[in-house]
Design a protein around this ligand. Structure first.
Ligand code: HDE
Length: 704
């Protein structure tokens, strides 16, 4: 692509001669381009100037007859479609799902029974509350929506990275979302729950308490999409060839392990790179570090349903893995970025009602409501009942029915017959009772009532179980998150009520939050019919840190250099990082790079101000004495090191970098590795594989 300044813009004389400038562009670039046309296919002679009643010295009025101009502007004016009401901010990728263990005994779905068959998928990750242009690092649940293009039709598993939800009945969803999104009178704050309307609503909706524990935990600030678990949330049913049914919950488990960032880091990443997750997904796939998950299931029957402490149809509850273990049945790999963001990521239409024969719904009232909502929302978002004809939504198996016409009909069905039954044509499509989708047979009787089952009334037991299943560090983070969020709530009564709800989970948690808010005094529990059970055992699987992996795979190391840096150290570090599956990024005071001690130039990936340490998992300071002394008076360099230390990252440094470490307030601990050039680099990498130095935390911020 040529810079505008390189192009010779045509003169008025040339226009009057009717040459246009297309020819000039061709000549200039020395390449042959395809011919630019209108949407109707007419070749365009001039894409720089509208048609005017003109002479060579003064422009005259633009003529209405300029269909080239009008078509171009008209299309531009209509480029945007309504963004999703929820999950507007998202990024997606293509890949495949491969079954490794057949569920044939419990499901007749081909995708769950044919081992080895690769099924194409399109997966979209998202935040919930923020608008399309908001930051990736908002504290929020992440959408984890998977479209599997199976040979028996599309199966959409539209899940989240948290296994429970805020509400039990779909009728409360609009209220929840209105409370969470920007407040309607002022239009802010967006992409965050830290405001009055959200906490007002949830403090009056005790069923949300379990989910609040999850979104105040580090699960709500993931390090990247590839470091998240995914959950189908609801209980679904599987149906086998004999018509027997089994209950199932779906889990995606990341190959790269679960990882999150620190809240202060999340705030700063939002400024440093609001596209942090989106960029990571894109780069990981481009660099061949393919995001991958195992698909695991929890299978159970009516007996379990009857003896389980909670209702399996209540989406605010989960079934601990310790109670029903996970069975791994397949893997999903994302290996191709979208070609066009709008056509694919924006136009993809996920729908919970997209299931295939062998998979069925349950009576979870949230799921039932969703099954209506997702089809409905596509009409307002995509504008036509033919949205399944958009390439990203079209099944990759044969498809035939008598649905006809409508806006933007792309198919041209031949023949006279568009109905069934018919006799006029021999080969029209027919239903098939043997292979077609059938619902699970279920005997139901009862009165028509607006009620919730009794077991749905326990709102605090699993919230408590979740909290006490976390490590001490993770518990501290949950308490701090409550303090942060509630400190943004202006209405004191709302804060008081929320403390009263937390007291229903555990008075100790409520007191810690009250202390952090500076709200001493007696905490009155909000009245509840079912108090929290204290006998539920801890579930280690609910903690991120208890199952953390020690590895550098997929991590990014930020290496700070300056003039005088030892080039061999940087090269050695890069090689060792690559071997360990990590990426090395070079940060220098100037984007052109730095002149090394041996006179060579080390190229930079980031200029210091544009490459804060929050963008990297760990940092190495490859500095000479002169470099360190110069950078000690550079605020961005001091912040680079100080932030890495307070975000509990492993820091490696050459001994000459000490002045900068001192200026940044770094106190040596097991995560600070200083030494002679190459040696320091090697020890640093070993240490960096363990991740963050959690023991450092109490020395860098208050733990309430
Ligand atoms: Fe959604 N949700 N949702 N949701 N949801 C949408 O559909 C809705 C719920 C989830 O990347 C919308 O196409 C209702 C739970 C994801 O395109 C909409 C209820 C879970 C995505 C909608 C829920 C989700 C959506 C907006 C309560 C986790 C993004 C745009 C009954 C299991 C999919 C759209 C994508 C999107 C409705 C609750 C996950 C309005 C009514 C629970 C991942 O139809």
């Amino acid at each position: 692509m040529k810079k505008t300044s390189d192009l010779k813009l045509p003169t008025a004389k040339k226009i009057s001669e009717g040459t246009g400038n297309g020819g000039e562009f061709h000549q200039f670039s020395g390449r042959t381009h395809p011919e630019l046309t209108t949407q109707q296919g007419q070749p365009i002679s001039d894409d720089e100037n509208s048609l005017k009643l003109s002479n060579t010295s003064r422009p005259g009025p633009v003529l209405l007859e300029d269909f080239v101009l009008r078509e171009k502007i008209n299309h531009f004016d209509h480029e945007r479609i309504p963004e999703r009401i929820v999950h507007a901010r998202g990024a997606a990728a293509h890949g495949y799902f491969e079954l490794t263990d057949s569920l044939e005994k419990v499901s007749k779905a081909r995708v769950l029974s044919k081992v080895g068959e690769k099924v194409p998928v399109f997966v979209r990750f998202s935040t919930v509350a923020g608008n399309a242009g908001s930051s990736d690092l908002a504290r929020d649940v992440r959408g984890f929506a998977v479209k599997l293009y199976t040979q028996e039709g599309n199966w959409d598993l539209v899940g989240n990275n948290i296994p429970v939800f805020f509400i039990q009945d779909a009728i409360k969803f609009p209220d929840l979302i209105h409370a969470a999104k920007q407040e309607p009178d002022r239009g802010f704050p967006q992409a965050q729950t830290a405001h009055d309307t959200f906490w007002d609503f949830v403090s009056l909706t005790p069923e949300s308490t379990h989910m609040l524990m999850w979104i105040m935990s580090d699960r709500a600030i993931p390090r990247s999409f590839k470091n998240m678990e995914g959950f189908g949330v609801h209980t679904f049913r599987l149906i086998n060839a004999a018509g027997d049914t089994t209950f199932v919950k779906f889990h995606w488990r990341p190959k790269f392990g679960l990882q999150s960032v620190i809240w202060d880091e999340a705030l700063k990443i939002s400024g440093g790179d609001p596209d942090y997750h989106r960029r990571d997904l894109w780069n990981s796939i481009n660099d061949g570090k393919l995001p991958e998950w195992e698909l695991a299931v929890q299978l159970f029957d009516e007996d379990f349903v009857n003896k389980f402490e909670f209702d399996v149809l209540d989406a605010t509850k989960l079934i601990p893995e310790e109670q029903i273990p996970l069975r791994v049945i397949g893997r999903m790999v994302l290996d191709r970025n979208p070609t066009n963001y709008f056509s694919e990521t924006e136009q993809v239409a996920f729908m919970t009602q997209n299931v295939v024969p062998g998979i069925d719904f349950t009576n979870d009232p949230l799921l039932q409501g969703r099954n209506f909502s997702y089809l409905d929302t596509q009409l307002s978002r995509l504008g036509s009942s033919n949205f399944a004809q958009l390439p990203i939504n079209t099944p990759k198996c044969p498809m035939m029915n008598f649905q006809r016409d409508g806006h933007m009909q792309f198919q041209t069905p031949p023949g006279r017959v568009s109905y069934s039954p018919s006799s006029l044509e021999p080969n029209t499509a027919r239903e098939n009772p043997d292979t077609g989708f059938t619902s699970a047979k279920e005997h139901i009787e009862g009165d028509k009532l607006r009620v919730r089952p009794e077991l749905f009334a326990d709102h605090f037991s699993q919230a408590r179980q979740f909290f006490f299943s976390q490590t001490e560090t993770e518990q501290n983070h949950i308490v701090s998150a409550f303090i942060f969020e509630l400190s943004k709530v202006e209405t004191k009564d709302v804060r008081v009520r929320m403390l009263g709800q937390l007291a229903n989970v555990d008075m100790g948690i409520a007191k810690r939050v009250a202390d952090g808010l500076g709200m001493p005094g007696k905490i009155e529990k909000v009245a509840t019919t079912v108090p929290a059970r204290t006998d539920l055992p801890e579930s280690p699987a609910l903690s991120i840190l208890k199952k953390a992996k020690t590895s550098l795979e997929g991590k990014v190391i930020g290496c700070l250099i300056a003039d005088g840096t030892d080039a061999a150290t940087v090269v050695g570090l890069g090689k060792a990082a690559k071997k360990a599956g990590a990426d090395l990024k070079i940060i220098a005071p100037k984007i052109g790079g730095a002149v090394a001690k041996d006179g060579s130039v080390i190229d930079a990936d980031f200029q210091l101000a544009g490459g804060p340490s929050v963008l990297f998992d760990c940092i190495f300071l490859a500095l000479s004495a002169d470099g360190a002394s110069t950078l000690s008076t550079e605020a961005a360099a001091v912040a680079f090191v100080h932030d890495a230390f307070s975000h509990l990252k492993v820091i490696g440094a050459t001994s000459e970098a000490q002045p900068l470490l001192d200026k940044a307030g770094v106190v040596t601990d097991k995560g600070v590795v200083i030494g002679k050039n190459g040696l320091a680099a090697e020890r640093f990498l070993n240490q960096a594989a363990i991740g963050r130095i959690w023991e450092r935390e109490p020395s860098v911020r208050t733990v309430y």
